[in-house]
Design a protein around this ligand. Structure first.
Ligand SMILES: [Fe+2]
Ligand SMILES: [Fe+2]
Length: 309
């Protein structure tokens, strides 16, 4: 049994005071949004409680699917590195960036400088100038395939893109791994399907991503960005693939859904993979963290979408 934890979108709340030169363009709007709304939705004490609960569960590995920071000020990246270190060493924590981690073009260099060991595949050169996506990390029976969808966008936009080159590499990687007896987990920040009304925050090349999955399959797709628990079933070559999102790890009741995380208990049974999903977190109107749901992710007879808890 291999236990993989998934958390996302902590939007760490320690935002340092910006210099005037750092307030150009999108950052100024983002800081206003933080002051008026987001700082009430994302709280450090909520995240603290969640991380204590997660540590007590002692998973074998932790996947974090982006949005560690808010407006990508240089000082936010060091705090976020401390957050990753608290989760565990780079060998035990796999991270993919979100749109807030690439809020402005300069963020990419900070991300690489502070977080590169959490973004590096098993075969990565230690002094590589930039991370290569998708990365591959083999942990027990699981292979984690980290995809980056993060890119700087204009004001009021939160779209993501995998891009043609990365998509081609992903296609090859999934095809190659399909021949091995491993459980493939694809990590990305943006959702592989777009909900009505989410056009400005969608994954632009989601259709191509789903085509790659339809050709080569995967055991599980994990994503963040929407700050809600959801399970969507995607087409695969032999059976449907569960794509699972999670609530923000720091969300209060004023957020989209109170904070939570998932545990996936992955095992091989009678020649087939079995994946049980456990949701732990807060619930509206209740104090404290508890198990909220437990189910086996078995493909339904046809594609369905299920959301909210
Ligand atoms: Fe987010
Ligand atoms: Fe996001």
């Amino acid at each position: 049994m291999f236990v993989l934890a998934h958390l996302s979108d902590p939007h760490l709340s320690a935002i340092p005071r910006p210099r005037l030169s750092e307030l150009a363009g999108k950052r100024a709007l983002g800081l206003v949004n933080w002051q008026l709304r987001r700082r009430h939705e994302h709280r450090a004490e909520v995240l603290d409680a969640l991380l204590d609960d997660l540590a007590a569960q002692a998973p074998d590995h932790i996947a974090v699917t982006g949005d560690l920071v808010n407006v990508a000020l240089p000082g936010e990246f060091a705090s976020a590195r401390a957050f990753l270190s608290r989760l565990g060493p780079p060998e035990a924590v796999s991270f993919v960036p979100g749109n807030h981690d690439a809020y402005v073009r300069a963020a990419l260099a900070h991300s690489h400088a502070h977080w590169r060991h959490y973004l590096a595949g098993d075969e990565a050169e230690p002094d590589a100038a930039a991370p290569t996506f998708p990365y591959l990390r083999r942990r027990g029976p699981v292979v984690l395939i980290g995809v980056s969808t993060a890119l700087p966008t204009g004001p009021f936009m939160a779209t993501g893109r995998i891009g043609a080159d990365q998509m081609k590499r992903l296609d090859h990687v999934l095809a190659r791994l399909a021949k091995e007896d491993v459980f493939r987990v694809v990590l990305l920040h943006h959702p592989p399907t777009t909900r009505p009304g989410d056009r400005l925050k969608r994954l632009i090349d989601a259709d191509s991503f789903r085509q790659v999955l339809r050709r080569h399959g995967a055991g599980l797709v994990l994503f963040g960005h929407i700050h809600m628990t959801s399970v969507t079933w995607l087409d695969g070559p032999e059976c449907l693939i569960p794509a699972v999102s999670v609530a923000s790890a720091s969300a209060t009741e004023r957020g989209d859904e109170p904070a939570g995380y998932h545990l996936f208990r992955i095992s091989a049974e009678d020649g087939a993979w079995r994946c049980e999903m456990v949701t732990r977190g807060f619930a509206a109107g209740e104090a404290g963290i508890a198990e909220r749901r437990r189910c086996v992710l078995a493909p339904p007879p046809r594609a369905v979408t299920w959301a909210a808890r």
